[in-house]
Write a protein that binds this ligand. Structure first.
Ligand code: PMP
Length: 364
């Protein structure tokens, strides 16, 4: 078929910065002990699962969802303790909210600034939206380099700053005073990304009342709802009213709204699961620290970053033994020989530690 458009190809049409990207890679995980994606390993109590099954059976999936997700938002507000005057915007996962924020401020030349290593989607979404990305290196122990960050903010005048609190993939919680200095020095919005809030000892939600340019983003993915895809952004209604215009009208479906509303009415169950995960994190940390040649980094999240010689071979050794974790070796210079393991059940943790020790022994 010949037409005026017959010469068009992906390489001639697609933006060069998109062609240069690698798609976010999700490896197959069937049959593995899955400790690669920070999921909650626990199922819900059977009675609650039965109740959800009945609700799903009766759900009006022939209808569009409530575009304002009023009921779900009310449940989120009730479990989140927002300061007065603050509200929430919902996303299909918090990934989508990062994109909404970037789309909103992506004037020509606008900068999105974060620290490195951190969550890779900040940089990817900067590319999606035509923003210029600036990554300020963390120090060797993965704390904020406050002076370097303040210098970069002064130099680059970022429209948007993302700080993951706790940070992924390093697991640590940045110094709160340093984060405040960054918020105060920023000419644009600062988003504190609290994806791992359920496992952390601090939050910036109370600070929303003190800083006009602060927004706090959370997700329910790590709290047992990864499959529902639900994140939210908390902040003043003045900011949210603008951002709402970019949210696609039905971004949170009927079933996620229904099921998440139900689960948030049983928030205590989810928090108890998070408490078990924190206990297991302590056990896993001792297990890792007891292995010669392994350096584990402190974590306030539901995963632990560790360094071990020949990390890629160790990662493969773990896979051969049926355990899937995340290989970060080669991804960023600061993460050479680094692997990241999600905190699962005590049984999964024990299987992982044995497989790790065996893989190390085999290479010795
Ligand atoms: N922020 C951080 C720091 C993350 O680690 C993740 C997930 N890995 C997300 C946001 C996105 O989570 P979701 O889209 O599942 O809400």
């Amino acid at each position: 078929m010949s037409s005026a458009s017959s010469a068009v190809t992906p390489t001639s049409l697609i933006r060069t910065e998109i062609q240069a990207l690698h798609a976010y890679h999700v490896p197959p995980s069937t049959g593995f002990i899955k400790l690669d994606a920070m999921e909650n390993p626990y199922l819900l109590p059977q009675t609650l699962r039965d109740e959800i099954a009945r609700m799903v059976a009766d759900a009006a999936i022939n209808r569009y969802p409530d575009a304002g997700a009023h009921e779900l938002k009310a449940h989120i507000r009730s479990v989140t303790n927002l300061p007065s005057g603050m509200d929430v915007l919902l996303g299909n996962g918090s990934d989508e909210i990062i994109q909404v924020l970037a789309m909103a401020v992506a004037k020509p030349g606008a900068v999105l600034l974060s620290v490195e290593p951190s969550f890779v989607m900040y940089k990817m979404i900067a590319a999606f939206t035509g923003m210029r990305y600036v990554g300020v290196p963390l120090t060797q122990d993965f704390s904020l380099d406050l002076q370097a960050t303040l210098d970069a903010i002064k130099r680059e005048q970022p429209a948007l700053v993302f700080l993951a609190y706790p940070n992924n993939p390093t697991g640590n919680l940045f110094d709160a005073e340093a984060v405040k200095r960054i918020i105060e020095a920023s000419p644009g919005l600062v988003v504190v990304d609290e994806a791992y809030y359920a496992f952390a000892s601090d939050s910036f939600i109370p600070q929303l009342a003190h800083y006009d340019n602060l927004l706090v983003m959370r997700t329910f993915s790590k709290l047992g709802m990864a499959g529902l895809r639900l994140g939210f952004l908390a902040g003043s209604t003045a900011w949210l009213a603008q951002l709402e215009k970019l949210r696609l009208p039905y971004n949170v479906g009927v079933l996620p709204q229904l099921v998440a509303s139900k689960l948030l009415q049983h928030h205590d169950i989810l928090l108890a699961q998070a408490a078990s995960i924190k206990q297991e994190r302590t056990r896993l940390m001792s297990g890792l620290s007891a292995i010669t040649g392994v350096k584990a980094y402190p974590s306030e999240a539901n995963f632990i970053l560790f360094r071990v010689a020949k990390a890629t071979q160790i990662f493969e050794g773990l896979k051969q033994r049926g355990v899937l974790i995340k290989n970060l070796n080669g991804g960023h210079p600061a993460l050479t020989d680094c692997l990241r393991v999600t905190v699962g059940t005590p049984e999964e943790g024990a299987r992982f530690i044995t497989a790790l020790q065996d893989s190390i022994n085999q290479l010795a």
